[in-house]
Design a protein around this ligand. Structure first.
Ligand SMILES: NC(=O)C1=CN([C@@H]2O[C@H](COP(=O)(O)OP(=O)(O)OC[C@H]3O[C@@H](n4cnc5c(N)ncnc54)[C@H](O)[C@@H]3O)[C@@H](O)[C@H]2O)[C@@H](O)CC1
Ligand SMILES: [K+]
Length: 476
C-alpha cells in the first residue's frame, strides 16, 4: 500500500520533526536524496554526471531552496550547474551553497537548450494557482529542449492536495517527492504532469496521522479478496443479482453479468427484460434468470432511467452497486451501496442534490467532488475516469494505479460494475470492493490492450489472468 498525505499534515509533521533536529537538517536530507536520484538519471542518460549541464529553475520559497541545495551537490560531483532565479526573493543559504560549490547564476534562457537536466524548484507545496506567465515561458522553453525535467517535490503549478491544475504547470519526466507522497500527484490532471514519481524519505512517517489517499498494490488486492475455502459452495462464495441492460442495450446485461461471473461470484442471477436475459444466457449459460436470494446486487448498467421496479430493488437490504442514471437513487438505498458514476453522472447526481457544479469542475477537482458526493449520499463513491477514485463516506480515499486510457471504451463500465458486484457478494465492503474492482479492471484493461485499442469482450477475457496475478502477488 502506498499512502499520500495532505499538505497541512505534511507541514505539521515537518515542523514537529524539525523541532527535534539541528536547523536545516530536513532540507539537507531531502536534497541529498534528490541529488542521488539526479546523479543516477545522468548516469543512465549519458554514462556519467561529470561535465553534464544542469539548469535550476528557482522560485522564492523553500522549494527553490531545495533545488539550490541539490544543485550544490551536483556541482560538487562535476556537473555544470546554472540557476535561473525566477523571483526577486531567493533562499539565501541555498544560493550560498550553490555558489560555494562552483555553481553560478544565469539570466540566459539559452542555457536551457543545451541542458541535460532541468530541475523545477519554482514552487512546491506552498504554490497557489498555475505558473505565473514569466515562469510559464521559461518552462515551455525547458520542455522544448532535450533535457530531463525533474520536479522538486511537486510539478510547479499543480495543487498538491487536490490534483487541480489551474493554468500552466510543469510537465515533468520525474517528480522527486520530499518526505511523502502528496495526493495531487496521484490524481489527474496533476498526475499527468508528474511523470514518474519517486519519494525521497526524510523521516516524516512516524509523525504522520491518517493518509488522505491510498494506493493498493497486487498484494493488497490479493489479501482483500478471499480465496474460496474447502467448505465453500456456490452460495457461500456469494450470489450476485444483476439488474442491467434493456431492450435498447442488451449488451450491457451480457457484459455486466460477465463481470460478475469472471469476478468469482459463486452464482449470478439475472433480473431484467426477457430479450436481454436471453442474450445473457446465450453468452453465460451458468447465469440463472429470475429473482431470488442474493448476497449483493448490481443495478443500473444500460437500463436507462430507472422505473418503479428498479426503485424497489434498490430499497432491498443487500449490499448494492448502483451505476449510471440509477446512482441518483442513492436516497432509496436499503443497505450499503457503492455508486459508480463517471464525471457526467456524478455531476448530475450533485446537481440533483442542489449543488451548482459543472462537469468540467468535477473533472478538474475529482477528489474534492467525489468526497462531496460520498459525504452527501452516505454511500461509497467510485468515480470513473482518467484517475479512478474510490471514496467512502467517512473520507477514506483510494486512487487506482492500474488502467489505461484504452479502457474508455463502450461497455467497460458495465464490466466494472459486475466485478464490483462479485466482490461485494464475496464479502468485501463497498470501499474495498470498489477499489479491488477498479484495480482488477485496470490490470485486465492493460493486459487486453498491450498499448493498442481494446474492447469490453477482450477486457472480460483478461480478467482471469488479472486475478491470477493478484493471487500470485498475494503469495509473494
Ligand atoms: N518545510 C520543510 O521542512 C521542508 C520543506 N521542503 C521543501 O519546501 C517546499 C515548501 O516550501 P515553501 O513553504 O517555502 O513554499 P514553496 O517554495 O512551495 O512556495 C512558496 C513561495 O512561492 C510563492 N508562490 C506561490 N504560488 C506561486 C506561483 N503560482 N508562482 C510563483 N510563486 C508562487 C509564494 O509567494 C511563496 O513565496 C516543499 O515543497 C519542499 O520542496 C523540503 O525541503 C523538505 C523539508
Ligand atoms: K516544484
Amino acid at each position: 500500500m502506498r499512502y499520500a498525505y495532505a499538505v497541512d499534515d505534511v507541514r505539521s509533521a515537518e515542523a514537529a520533526l524539525a523541532a527535534t533536529l539541528p536547523p536545516g537538517t530536513l532540507m539537507e536530507r531531502a536534497s541529498a536524496g534528490m541529488a542521488a536520484a539526479c546523479l543516477r538519471l545522468l548516469r543512465d542518460a549519458r554514462g556519467g554526471a561529470y561535465g553534464a549541464r544542469a539548469v535550476l529553475l528557482v522560485g522564492s520559497g523553500d522549494n527553490g531552496g531545495d533545488a539550490l541545495f541539490v544543485g550544490a551537490r551536483l556541482a560538487r560531483r562535476g556537473v555544470r550547474v546554472a540557476a535561473l532565479l525566477l523571483s526577486e526573493r531567493v533562499h539565501e543559504a541555498g544560493l550560498a551553497a550553490l555558489l560555494g560549490a562552483g555553481g553560478r547564476v544565469t539570466g540566459s534562457l539559452d542555457e536551457l537548450d543545451a541542458a541535460d537536466l532541468v530541475l523545477d524548484g519554482i514552487v512546491g507545496i506552498g504554490g497557489r494557482g498555475g505558473l505565473r506567465p514569466e515562469a510559464a515561458r521559461v518552462v515551455r522553453r525547458a520542455e522544448a529542449g532535450g533535457a530531463l525535467l525533474v520536479a522538486v517535490d511537486v510539478p510547479s503549478g499543480v495543487d498538491a492536495d487536490t490534483g487541480e491544475v489551474a493554468g500552466d504547470a510543469v510537465h515533468a519526466d520525474l517528480t522527486l517527492c520530499a518526505g511523502v507522497l502528496k495526493p495531487g500527484l496521484l490524481v489527474d490532471p496533476a498526475a499527468g504532469c508528474a511523470g514518474l514519481v519517486e519519494v525521497v524519505g526524510i523521516g516524516l512517517e512516524p509523525l504522520l496521522g491518517a493518509p488522505a489517499l491510498e494506493v493498493l498494490d497486487a498484494a493488497d488486492v490479493g489479501e482483500l479478496l478471499p480465496e474460496p475455502g474447502r467448505e465453500s459452495d456456490k452460495y457461500r462464495r456469494g450470489v450476485v443479482g444483476v439488474s442491467a441492460g434493456s431492450d435498447a442495450y442488451p449488451g450491457a446485461a451480457v457484459l455486466c453479468a460477465g463481470g460478475a461471473v469472471r469476478g468469482g461470484a459463486g452464482m449470478v442471477r439475472y433480473l431484467g427484460p426477457e430479450h436481454a436475459g436471453q442474450a445473457v444466457l446465450a453468452r453465460w449459460p451458468e447465469v440463472v434468470v429470475g429473482d431470488g436470494r442474493v448476497q449483493a446486487r448490481v443495478v443500473g448498467p444500460g437500463i436507462g432511467e430507472p422505473d418503479d421496479g428498479v426503485r424497489e430493488l434498490v430499497s432491498r437490504p443487500e449490499p448494492l452497486v448502483l451505476d449510471a442514471a440509477s446512482t441518483r437513487l442513492h436516497a432509496l438505498v436499503g443497505g450499503s451501496a457503492l455508486l459508480t458514476p463517471h464525471a457526467g453522472e456524478l455531476t448530475a447526481l450533485l446537481q440533483a442534490d442542489g449543488v451548482e457544479v459543472r462537469r468540467e469542475d468535477v473533472e478538474a477537482r475529482r477528489l474534492h467532488w467525489a468526497r462531496q458526493a460520498a459525504a452527501r449520499t452516505g454511500s461509497t463513491v467510485l468515480l470513473k475516469g482518467s484517475t479512478t477514485l474510490v471514496v467512502s463516506p467517512d473520507g477514506r480515499a483510494r486512487a487506482n494505479p492500474t488502467g489505461t486510457s484504452w479502457l474508455a471504451t463502450a461497455g467497460s463500465g458495465d464490466v466494472l460494475a459486475g466485478l464490483a458486484g462479485a466482490f461485494l457478494a464475496r464479502g468485501l465492503d463497498p470501499f474495498d470492493a470498489g477499489a479491488c474492482a477498479a484495480w482488477v479492471h485496470g490490470l485486465a484493461g492493460r493486459l487486453s490492450s498491450g498499448g493498442a485499442p481494446t474492447d469490453a469482450g477482450r477486457l472480460l477475457d483478461a480478467v482471469p489472468e488479472a486475478l491470477r496475478r493478484v493471487a500470485a502477488g498475494q503469495r509473494s
